[in-house]
Design a protein around this ligand. Structure first.
Ligand SMILES: Cc1ncc(C[n+]2csc(CCOP(=O)(O)OP(=O)(O)O)c2C)c(N)n1
Ligand SMILES: [Mg+2]
Length: 339
């Protein structure tokens, strides 16, 4: 997505950028902006009745997705819960097909039958999109088992919310990954709330990475507002997993700007407007833009052009989704069971 014509000449790169190419840095910026604008459009379409069912938006958490998937190769697996649009975009799933899935169209990633919570793309090794809290954590452990069993070096990144770390399946999945030494990195997208319940009201420990101690697993706490810090931590965990097959648990601190799902208010009774605004003051996209400006990689002209370009991409997604057909009624019985 990079438009090199708009890029100003870089200064000598500082160590903060970890030797990442200008092309990669710009791709990441554009990807994060695409996630944000995609979700804003999804909210609008939901309000207009174009999207039905559950819909959980990713606004505020973009740096987690881009920084972590940025440490992978296309062969590696990604699996997550229902807040899945952003991660699917990072893993290379076609945004038009994601939008079409949200609108329940036949051109969607699961032919319009899965909806927002069940984005899936086997070719991109994006293993979903799972609605039951914690249910995919043992699946991630299984994908990592398959990789090791076949003698491959693929790793699996398994994303979950803070609330999911209180579920039994989390502990079952981590125990086996540590016991059998499986190449999986469990990433807690710690946005500090599970629906309206804060971490301090639901978890016995506030440093969620400590839950790895029970399984003698490597662990870390990461600033999820800074895409570069996320990349650094996940890259180290991925390299370790490829070399040793050992898992890692990362507590990545982030924040969700919107309500839990489109059916919920932004603040509710569990958090104040001030709290949400305080988080927005270190917005991951603004922070990354500031870093790239300081490093002489982008300027205001670039930012304006990219904003326009992303708007066009999102418009194309909506046009594609709206003009795509609904699944025919006969399709109700196909793809239900594996044949
Ligand atoms: C087993 C199970 N229990 C309850 C629910 C209802 N539920 C859906 S999302 C959610 C909160 C999960 O919060 P967290 O894991 O922190 O993820 P976040 O939504 O913050 O990304 C709950 C309780 C569910 N889907 N599955
Ligand atoms: Mg949460």
């Amino acid at each position: 997505m990079t438009d090199s014509a708009t890029v100003v000449a870089p200064k000598k790169q500082s160590s903060r950028l970890m030797g990442l190419s200008r092309e990669t840095l710009l791709k990441w910026y554009e990807e994060m902006l695409l996630m944000r604008r995609f979700e804003e459009k999804a909210a609008e379409l939901y309000r207009n009745g174009k999207i039905g069912g559950f819909c959980h938006l990713y606004n505020g958490q973009e740096a987690v997705s881009t920084g972590s998937v940025g440490a992978l190769t296309p062969d590696d697996y990604v699996i997550t819960a229902y807040r899945d649009h952003g991660l699917a975009i990072s893993k290379g799933v076609e945004p038009k097909a994601i939008m079409a899935e949200l609108l329940g169209k036949v051109t969607g990633t699961t032919k319009g039958k899965g909806g927002s919570m069940h984005i899936f793309d086997r070719e991109k090794n994006f293993l979903g999109g799972h609605a039951i809290v914690g249910s995919h954590i043992p699946l991630a452990t299984g994908a990592a088992f398959a990789s090791k069993y076949r003698g491959e070096k693929r790793v699996c990144l398994c994303y979950m919310g803070d609330g999911a770390t209180n579920i039994g399946a989390f502990h079952e999945g981590l125990n086996l990954a540590a016991l059998w030494k499986l190449p999986v990195i469990y990433i807690i997208e710690n946005n500090q709330y599970s629906m309206g319940t804060s971490v301090e009201r639901s978890s016995a420990v506030d440093d969620l990475s400590k839950k790895a101690l029970a399984y003698d697993m490597r662990r870390g706490v990461v600033n999820g507002s800074d895409v570069l810090e996320v990349y650094k931590a996940v890259k180290a965990a991925v390299e370790h997993a490829r070399q040793t097959y050992e898992p890692t648990l990362l507590d990545i601190r982030t924040f969700r700007y919107r309500g839990h799902s489109m059916s919920d208010p932004t603040h509710g009774h569990y958090r104040t407007k001030e709290e949400v605004e305080a988080y927005k003051s270190h917005d991951p996209i603004d922070l990354f833009a500031a870093i790239l400006k300081t490093e002489g990689i982008i300027d205001d002209t670039y930012l304006e052009k990219v904003e326009k370009k992303i708007k066009e991409i999102v418009t194309e997604c909506v046009e594609f989704a709206e003009t795509s057909p609904e699944p025919p009624p006969d399709d109700l019985w196909t793809d239900v069971y594996y044949e």
